[in-house]
Design a protein around this ligand. Sequence first.
Ligand code: AR6
Length: 177
Amino acid sequence: MAELVAVEGDITTQNVDAIVNAANSSLLGGGGVDGAIHRAAGPELLAECRKLGGCATGDAKATPGFRLNAKWIFHAVGPVWGGGGGGGGDRVEDALLAGCYRRCLELAQKHQVKSIAFPAISTGVYHFPPARAAEIAVKTVLEHVQGTGVELVCFVCFNREALAIYENLLSESPCDV
Ligand code: AR6
């Protein structure tokens, strides 16, 4: 049984077993949530990331959390909005974003993570529309969390507007699955 919640705050200070990073395919750091996580985790994180050889868009790779409260960081690479080609209602970016959430839940199962916090992947400099991204995030977690052993999924929103989107979605969904 997993509970889904939304909170407003900074993902680097969450008391969970694993936090998810919105990384780029080099996995060598950047701005936004990626920069904040590298600053908070310390320089050991970059050294560890160098060993991973990058990561494909829609995939995720794990490192220790180093100086964070979280034991694990799952580095997910979201799509750049408009970067997936195609268009219309069935965009490549949607599937790639869903892949990030699905792969993080697989990593959570592998590493016996009971609680995990996600940021709103791709909704910053990658410009994925926030409401569409949140819908994909919640739907993908609801579809894939069962059987992973994860008991708490926390969507960490960086501002009140993002929080309102998630609260609205979660009020319409079964939040205990
Ligand atoms: N805690 C929680 N959420 C945050 C935090 C934080 N400390 N900081 C920002 N956000 P972004 P992306 C929110 O740009 O769009 C990096 O340079 C932010 O408000 O961090 O996936 C990487 O290296 C937004 O809603 O990630 C990549 O190159 C969300 O996190 C690229 O940016 C994601 O914004 C990835 O872009």
